[in-house]
Structure formats: structure tokens, C-alpha cells
Design a protein around this ligand. Structure first.
Ligand code: ARG
Length: 563
């Protein structure tokens, strides 16, 4: 919407300087003043224009503008017609948001593969994977909103000696197969822990485990078959958990897809480009910033990095990707720097658009069950705590299923708590703060959304006319104008999140929106007002609800209509 101003201003300027085409998105708002005065700064002004005496008092139905040439720019002070803004805002937000967003239309659209969540089987889904899932899911929704095509990819770890140990543990049949089937993530973890202890104590067990891994790596039919059954169960369970979080992947890939067989062509490619040097012990080495990095071990087996090279080339091929995002914690920075450098060296298409979307650690996350965190335990605990909190509250009333509401609220609280942090910062996990109904939490977003829904239902306005028939002169109060102004910024906020791949910008915006809504709800009664006032106010609140719901959807929340 703010872009509409820009387009208007750019049109006005075009009237005076027909030869000078300024793209609307080059116009920066530098300050907003009360009284509807908005100042813009125009950069990149051609020299000859700077010296021209600019005519004052330009006007259109939208505004009166005064242009002043400054040193390196042209400043433009505009007195905007408030009614014009309100009308256009309501028009834009009453129904489909971003339908013809000019701001988004200037973004070059890409096919983006987003690698996120990506846990390792048989290991608990640790908090790093939780953050990756939440942030990755947000990025997917954000990029799609702006118009990119995305492939959401879960790259599961199922490769390396540790999986030989697990396989050998599984073959001991310590736990009946049916039990594994019913709860694969926990049972596989139990087996893995026990097998690891054995492998440390008993060299024969270790030897057998290494052999099992070799079987896997060489594609031994039976071993691979057993293995894939285990993996299918694990994915089925993961999918149930992801569904609670509104997360859906387009593709599940495995590290094991890039085992020894697939790697040979990569080794050939790197060798042909002179990028690999054999070491005296027979390893193949890639030099990155003068540091030797092993890509193939002396026994010919591959490493995490080697498999990521193969995976990147494969993603480029399979999805025609031209941008690659890896949502993985800060700790893997070196790994991704090396990967991106290699992909540039082999000149993979899109190699310059590879990005490690890093994030910090969560400290102190534990559940009542202890420190080993399984994702569904976190979500269950959030729900349970929410239920208790709501039992204590006197205002709790809903016609929806209580269990469902508690689950959605608990999950919203956990998600928002994560997304409100600046991505790269570490943060401390604190149940009380996360679930608080006061303060900046997911519960607050849900509460405001359901208040707006209930206002709509109980407004007493039989049918709201379309924005074109609303009398915008009824929206003159400061509270209404402040809300309008804030809503105006939504599109730009989305764009900033897009440029910085940073969810906290949107979360902060939505918290502020809740504050403006709450002030406006107090000041602007809808019930028992003259029809034109009630309709105008209600439409404004509906627009606020639409923006809030859309923002929440992008964050991965399910907006509740009541709670
Ligand atoms: N499974 C890995 C881990 O848990 C994360 C994988 C991230 N994605 C990638 N393409 N390397 O550490």
C-alpha cells in the first residue's frame, strides 16, 4: 500500500520531468509527520535535474507536493489527503491481500530450494532442528507470498558409522519390531544409545557395526531393504508431528542418496577442475582458505560435505533451482562456507545464490520428562501448561474443542517465542514467559485475532458494504488513523523480512498491530453507532483482522476465531 504513495509521487514527478523515469521503489519515506505530511527522499537524481528550479505546489487528487532539490537528492514533501489513503487502504485490505502488489512485482522471482528441519534418524530431534523447522517453514510461506516458487526439502541424516551401530543394534532384536513400529523415533533412539555403549565396550560389536555400514554403503540388498522400512516409519511419525506445526515438506531426501556410487562422478568433476589434491595418506583434499578439507577418506568413503556437494548438484538438476537456502544452526558456518566455495569453483548454476540461513542456540530447553528433548514432548507440554493456565483464568470460554484450542495456543506460543528473536541470537527458553497472556507472546496474537472475529460476529451490522461505499470521513479519530498508518506498512514489512530473511521483523510488527487494535477497540465503538460510522469502523477492524491473520499464517500459526 505504501507503494501506492510512491507510484503516485513518481507519477507527479513524471509530469514535471517527462524524460526522467524513477522507479517507484526508489522513493524512500524519510519521515512521517502528524497532520498527514509525509516526506520522501529521492536518490539517484540526474545532475541536470538538481539544478532545475522545481515548481511548487504540485497537486493531484491524492496530495499536494513540494519538491526541493538538495545536495545529492531531491526531497519531496507531500501533504497527503487522508481520505484518499483510508479509502485505498480499505479497498486493498478488505479482501485479497497483495493481489496486485507492485512492491512485490519488482522482485526477481526464483525457484528456491529450502533445506530445513533435516534431523538425523535415531537421534532425538534436538532444539536446533526445532528452530530450523520453524524458521524454514516461515521462509517457505514468506517467499511464496512474495511470488517465488519454493521446494521445501527435509534432508534427513541416515548415513555414517553411527548408522552401522544402529543397524547392528536393531539386528540384536532387543525391542520387538511392533514396538519400534508404533513409536519409531523414541525406540530407535533407545536402541542407538544402548548399541553405542556396547560398541564402545566390545570391539567385536564395533567391528560388526562397521561391517553393517559397509553393507549399506555398498548397497547390499537386504540391509538396504530393512533400513528403508525403518526410515518409512520414522517419516510417518515425523509427518504427524510436523502436521501439528502446520509444516509440510514437498520432498524428503536422505543423506544416503549420495553414497559412494553417486560420489564418483563428483570426484571426477572436482579432479578435472584441479580442485582435489591427494594427501600422503591417500585422502582427497580440497583447499579452502589455505585450510585442507578432506572430501574423500583414504578408504574411499565420503563425508558430510561430499554428500552436500552431490546433493546441491542434484537439487539444481531435479528442481532447476536457482536459489538454495540451508536453514541450519550457526555451528555449521564453516561447513557451508566450504560448500558454497566448492559450488562456485565447479561453476554450478545458481552457486552465487546459496545462503546459509543461520540461527543461534536455545538454552535451557527441557521438558518434565527431562533434558533429552523430543519435539512432541515440547508440544505436549506447551498444550498441558496452556490447559492449566486457562483453567485458572475466569474469562476462558469457547465453543471450540478445548483440547484443540489448547494445542493451537501452546504451539502458537512456542513458535512466536522463537520467531520473535533475532535469528542469530542465542536465547534462553522459559516456559512462564512463553505462555504468558500479557506481554509479547503468541497468545497475544491469538487473543487479538479472536477478539476481532468476535467483534465482527457481534457487531450488529447486518452486512458491511464494500469499501467503495464506505464513508471514510467517519474515520477521523487519532486511534483510527494510527491503525490505518500501521496497516499501511504491512507490505513493506513483508518485503523487509524477505530481504533480511528475518522473521522477528514481522513478529514485532504484529505485536504493534495488536496494540493499535486494542487502543482502537477501546476508543471506537461499533455497536449502537449510526450506520455509516459503525460500517466504517467495522471495515477498518476487519482489515486489521485480515492483516493479522495473514501475518500469523506466514509465521506458521493457525489463527483462532475464538479462545
Ligand atoms: N542433519 C544435519 C544435522 O542434524 C543437518 C542437515 C542440514 N542440511 C544440509 N544440507 N547439510 O546436523
Amino acid at each position: 500500500m505504501a507503494n501506492r504513495f510512491r507510484t503516485e509521487i513518481s507519477n507527479i514527478i513524471k509530469k514535471i520531468f517527462p524524460s526522467w523515469e524513477i522507479p517507484a521503489y526508489n522513493i524512500k519515506v524519510i519521515r512521517e509527520r502528524n497532520s498527514g505530511r509525509i516526506c520522501f527522499k529521492l536518490d539517484e537524481v540526474p545532475l541536470n535535474i538538481k539544478s532545475i528550479e522545481v515548481e511548487n505546489g504540485l497537486s493531484s487528487d491524492f496530495c499536494k507536493a513540494k519538491l526541493t532539490p538538495e545536495k545529492n537528492s531531491l526531497s519531496c514533501e507531500v501533504v497527503v489527503d487522508k481520505k484518499w489513503i483510508v479509502r485505498h487502504l480499505l479497498e486493498e485490505l478488505e479482501d485479497k491481500l497483495f493481489q496486485d502488489s507492485r512492491l512485490f512485482s519488482v522482485i526477481e522471482k526464483q525457484r528456491v530450494v529450502i533445506d530445513y528441519s533435516s534431523p538425523n534418524i535415531a537421534k532425538p530431534f534436538h532444539v536446533g532442528h526445532l528452530r530450523s523447522s520453524i524458521i524454514g517453514n516461515f521462509l517457505k510461506k514468506l517467499l511464496e507470498t512474495v511470488g517465488h516458487q519454493t521446494v521445501g526439502l527435509n534432508y534427513l541424516g541416515d548415513w555414517g558409522t553411527q548408522f552401522g551401530i544402529l543397524k547392528h543394534g536393531l539386528d540384536q532384536k532387543w525391542i520387538p519390531f511392533d514396538d519400534i513400529q508404533s513409536s519409531p523415533i523414541r525406540k530407535l533412539f533407545e536402541i542407538y544409545v544402548k548399541a553405542n555403549i556396547q560398541a564402545k565396550e566390545d570391539p567385536v560389536f564395533m567391528e560388526k557395526s562397521l561391517e553393517k555400514f559397509r553393507f549399506l554403503e555398498n548397497g547390499d540388498e537386504n540391509t538396504v531393504k530393512d533400513w528403508s522400512i525403518i526410515k518409512d516409519y520414522t517419516v510417518a511419525e515425523l509427518q504427524r508431528i510436523y502436521a501439528r506445526l502446520n509444516i509440510k515438506f514437498d520432498v524428503y531426501d536422505w543423506e544416503s542418496m549420495y553414497g559412494r556410487k553417486r560420489i564418483q562422478s563428483i570426484v571426477d568433476l572436482l579432479t578435472s577442475k584441479g580442485l582435489l589434491t591427494p594427501s600422503p595418506e591417500g585422502k582427497l583434499i580440497y583447499k579452502f582458505k589455505e585450510r585442507p578439507i578432506t572430501l574423500v577418506k583414504s578408504d574411499g568413503t565420503t563425508l558430510y560435505l561430499t554428500r552436500d556437494i552431490a546433493a546441491a548438484l542434484d537439487r539444481r538438476e531435479r528442481f532447476q533451482a536457482d536459489c538454495f537456502l540451508y536453514v541450519v544452526d550457526n555451528a555449521q558456518s564453516d561447513h557451508f562456507q566450504a560448500l558454497f566455495s566448492i559450488m562456485k569453483d565447479v561453476k554450478m548454476e545458481g552457486a552465487t545464490h546459496m545462503k546459509h540461513v543461520k540461527f543461534g542456540r536455545i538454552q535451557g530447553m527441557s521438558t518434565r520428562k527431562g533434558n533429552v528433548v523430543f519435539l512432541d514432548d515440547v508440544l505436549d507440554e506447551a498444550k498441558e501448561r496452556m490447559a492449566q493456565q486457562r483453567k485458572r483464568s475466569v474469562t476462558t470460554r469457547t465453543t471450540l474443542n478445548e483440547d484443540y484450542v489448547n494445542d493451537v495456543l501452546g504451539i502458537s506460543a512456542v513458535l512466536v517465542n522463537d520467531l520473535k528473536q533475532r535469528r542469530q541470537k542465542d536465547y534462553v527458553f522459559n516456559w512462564e514467559k512463553i505462555l504468558a497472556s500479557q506481554g509479547d507472546t503468541g497468545v497475544k496474537l491469538q487473543y487479538t485475532h479472536s477478539r476481532l472475529c468476535s467483534l465482527e460476529k457481534k457487531s450488529g451490522v447486518a452486512s458491511i458494504p464494500p469499501s467503495s461505499e464506505i464513508n471514510v470521513s467517519c474515520l477521523i479519530e487519532e486511534e483510527a488513523i494510527n491503525l490505518v498508518r500501521h496497516l499501511l506498512r504491512f507490505e513493506e514489512i513483508i518485503l523487509r523480512c524477505h530481504d533480511e530473511l528475518e522473521p522477528c521483523i514481522l513478529v514485532a510488527y504484529l505485536f504493534q498491530l495488536c496494540n493499535f487494535v486494542s487502543v482502537a477497540l477501546r476508543a471506537l465503538q461499533v455497536k449502537s453507532q449510526p450506520a455509516n460510522v459503525a460500517e466504517a469502523r467495522l471495515l477498518l477492524f476487519i482489515c486489521a483482522k485480515n492483516v493479522l491473520a495473514e501475518g500469523m499464517r506466514i509465521l506458521g500459526l493457525t489463527p483462532l476465531e475464538e479462545m
